[in-house]
Design a protein around this ligand. Structure first.
Ligand code: FAD
Length: 381
């Protein structure tokens, strides 16, 4: 049976997230975008509502939210502020390798931390010379007895400056390439782990990304998730699951820009009539509405497939690409519809445009998503 109606529980989750976005995020979004400060009061409230730890299962004391519920929340959070949304959403990204491959004891140990306090974690895959080609990573975790000795540098670790632990992808067997990588949980206070300076960004400036350097950092072998050599598979499975939350972010940013542009077009008078009366403007808005609705449905589909244990590599890549390209197109057109005001920082659309750009880049660029989609359709999926 097909039903697009939200249940009363889902509607309540969406409404609560919208209240949080409008009352907690929007009033401070510009401040954190300007300063790049870490928004501790916002994250405290996000934790109070269960957003930082949303995916932590009930048996670990967490809310055990589904991916569909996570998508509903993420759309609203990104509507509130793209940067603050990324900090919150990236906690889900960072813990997903543990959800996928961790033992029950590992889940209780690491995920339990997020339940006890507003704790952050960071997903640590990218390296300066291994971005899209993540399998080419050189960060090394060499096994010596009951320890791994880690050496190398990771970059763009979202939340990395404030994380309590990292889900690190490193090579445990360089002779096997991507099949020789493993995912290891590394606590922040590990001697030899050094956090570098934060990335100064064009948009989503409230979020935090750092390099993390490892110099003979030792962690016990019990911190490996699943088995040695499973790292690349864990990373790919993680991204299949979490891309719906990025797509939801695209819907939220696009909707924020669209709402402002629609309101502006109805009220801005030029040549004696609202600019909406020009088909050149109203068709832009119609296209925005069309793409936002389609993005949301693709997002829900990808999330629903994860919740129902259906392989969704193709659908999550399609949702991520479509929704985040939509966010970029809609926010760019919104700036155009507002004319000079669109370019001004007095209106939110310029921030939406800057925030949208990153959605096309992280969790696999939209070129890489097209590679994923192409591979899937070639295989008949
Ligand atoms: C703000 C921010 C937050 C991030 N957060 C995280 C995080 O939390 N954890 C993490 O591990 N990483 C994170 N990343 C890293 C992000 O996932 C990478 O930036 C992204 O995967 C691209 O890698 P790259 O920057 O090295 O670009 P490159 O791989 O060097 O790509 C450069 C360009 O070439 C294109 N390209 C590359 N290969 C191909 C190909 N085969 N076909 C067509 N085009 C191609 C790319 O699409 C891109 O346009 C983040 C990045 C940013 C900017």
């Amino acid at each position: 049976m097909l039903d697009f109606t939200l249940t009363p529980e889902q509607q309540a989750i969406k409404d609560q997230a919208h209240d949080f976005a409008i009352n907690v995020m929007r009033p401070v979004a510009r401040h954190y975008d300007d300063t790049g400060e870490w928004a501790t009061p916002v994250y405290q409230k996000a934790w109070d509502l269960g957003y930082l730890q949303a995916l932590v299962p009930k048996f670990c004391g967490g809310p055990g939210k589904t991916q569909v519920e996570e998508a509903l929340v993420c759309e609203e959070l990104a509507w509130g502020c793209g940067g603050l949304y990324t900090s919150i959403m990236a906690n889900g990204l960072a813990i997903t390798p543990i959800l996928i491959a961790g033992s029950d004891d590992q889940k209780k140990k690491w995920l339990g931390k997020l339940v006890e306090a507003p704790v952050f974690a960071a997903f640590s895959l990218s390296e300066p010379n291994a971005g899209s080609d993540a399998g080419a990573m050189t960060c090394r975790a060499e096994r010596k007895g009951d320890k791994y000795i880690i050496n190398g540098t990771k970059c763009y670790c979202t939340n990395g400056g404030y994380a309590d632990f990292y889900t690190l992808f490193a090579s445990t067997d360089p002779t096997k390439g991507a099949r020789g990588t493993s995912c290891i949980v590394v606590p922040r206070d590990t001697p030899g782990l050094k956090v570098g300076k934060a990335l100064d960004k064009m948009g989503q400036r409230a979020s935090n990304q750092v390099e993390v350097h490892y110099e003979n950092a030792e962690v016990p072998v019990e911190n490996v998730l699943g088995k040695e050599g499973m790292g690349f598979i864990i990373a790919m499975k993680t991204l299949d699951q979490t891309r719906a939350a990025v797509a939801a972010g695209g819907v939220g940013v696009a909707r924020a820009a669209y709402e402002i542009a629609l309101d502006y077009a109805k009220n801005r008078i030029q040549f004696g009539q609202p600019i909406f009366s020009n088909q050149g403007i109203s068709f832009m808005l119609a296209d925005m509405a069309k793409k936002i609705e389609a993005s949301r449905l693709l997002t829900w589909q990808a999330a629903w497939m994860t919740d129902n244990n259906i392989k969704n590599s193709k659908q999550s890549a399609i949702a991520k690409t479509f929704a985040t390209d939509t966010a970029m197109e809609v926010s760019t057109d919104a700036v155009q519809i507002l004319g000079g005001n669109g370019y001004s920082r007095d209106y939110l659309v310029e921030k939406c445009m800057r925030d949208a750009k990153l959605l096309q880049i992280y969790e696999g660029t939209n070129q890489i998503q097209r590679l994923v989609i192409a591979k899937e359709i070639q295989q008949g999926n």
